[in-house]
Design a protein around this ligand. Structure first.
Ligand SMILES: *Cc1c(COP(=O)(O)O)cnc(C)c1O
Length: 360
């Protein structure tokens, strides 16, 4: 392996090195067929096999029930903010949203274009430093669904137990899908942009229960109907072939490691190292309240913005990159998704100890 930096970027993010190597070979000459992967027709039997394999691995890892479709869509996770209410609401229908961060807020804004939206919980006043407990909100009886963001990428908060509701759940899992086992049957729709925990940018994975495919109002454009893509196996138009291929290779890597239970354990180990380093001194302050702490994105502050700037610059000099926090809350953020190596976390922890000693 060449010298690589440790990339703490929130997304696009670190991928398994073995997947990068495989992709580099296949782009030029796919399985020795004399044609590059990204030159293949999406309707060729070679590419159809790639897409089928990617879907099969996603189904296997998440134990997706048979009455769900797995779709490969474009437009990023952000396009789901309007596609979901466009397909499921309209005609005065209601839905409930939990406001736990920027991505939730953006989804709420779009949903209001299509339905009557109830927001019984918001942590905005405390700069989104936590997610709610079950007893902190009630879901309107007439809600078609309860929408939440399972992991709040910017603030570093995460639902450690999924919300419960009499109605179906819909979740944006862009930054923690495949990081732990999941009971898909509780959900109507789960979706995630690939570029955080599954692959490169370009594809959004949508897992949708069959009975929701037929609900779109008549004036819904063809491309924006889930049914259009479900009926054609995500091949109604040209899908993002390269991203689908990469997601498949990442899923295979995950499976070879032992699947989601093993991954969850590894993620907990990595995050614990970092949180222990934050809690060890008053020099560092975690942004999230303890019960809401994310295993994927760890947002923290130093005593002053000047020290934060120095911290980020010095870290970069020793190959620890992408530690700058999101512009909305500042500070630092370490994103340590599935593929982020434990050695990188250990190196950051050592650096943090030394930096606090030198500057505290
Ligand atoms: C990054 C992110 C998004 C936005 O994804 P795009 O693919 O850029 O639209 C949405 N939700 C969450 C939770 C994210 O982390």
């Amino acid at each position: 392996m060449p010298d690589r930096i440790y990339n703490f970027s929130p997304g696009p993010a670190t991928l398994p090195y073995s997947v990068l190597e495989e992709a580099a070979v296949d782009i030029v000459n796919f399985k020795n067929k004399g044609i590059g992967l990204i030159e293949l027709s999406h309707r060729s039997k070679e590419f159809m096999a790639v897409a089928d394999k990617t879907e099969a691995l996603i189904r296997e890892l998440l134990e997706v029930p048979n009455n769900y479709k797995v779709l490969f869509l474009q437009g990023g996770a952000s396009s789901q903010f309007y596609t979901i209410p466009m397909n499921l609401l309209g005609g005065g229908k209601k839905a409930t949203y939990l406001n736990t961060g920027t991505w939730a807020k953006k989804a709420i804004k779009e949903a209001k274009l299509f339905g009557d939206i109830d927001v019984p919980f918001s942590s905005e006043e405390a700069s989104f430093n936590r997610v709610p407990r079950h007893d902190e909100y009630t879901v309107n009886q007439e809600s078609e669904y309860l929408y939440f963001v399972s992991n709040n990428t910017i603030y570093g908060t995460q639902f450690h137990e999924m919300p419960t509701a009499d109605t179906m759940l819909i979740s944006d899992m862009s930054s923690d899908i495949m990081s732990r086992p999941l009971d898909v049957s509780k959900f109507g729709i789960i979706y995630a942009g690939a570029q955080k925990n599954m692959g490169p940018a370009g594809v959004t994975i949508v897992i949708i229960r069959d009975d929701l495919l037929d609900r779109a109002p008549e004036n819904t454009p063809t491309m924006l109907r889930y049914k259009t893509h479900a009926d054609k196996g995500s091949m109604f138009n040209t899908p993002p072939c390269f991203s689908i291929y990469c997601v498949g290779r990442v899923m295979q890597w995950l499976k070879d490691l032992g699947g989601l239970k093993v991954m969850e354990k590894m993620n907990l180990e990595k995050a614990t190292l970092l949180y222990n380093a934050i809690d060890a001194t008053d020099f560092y302050r975690g942004h999230a309240e303890k019960e809401s702490r994310s295993l994927m994105n760890i947002s923290f502050n130093l005593p002053t913005p000047e020290l934060e700037k120095q911290f980020i610059a010095e870290a970069e000099q020793i190959g620890l990159n992408g530690l700058k926090g999101h512009r909305s809350i500042g500070g630092c953020r370490a994103s340590i998704y599935n593929a982020f190596p434990k050695e990188g976390v250990e190196k950051l922890v050592h650096f943090m100890e030394k930096f606090a000693k030198d500057n505290g």
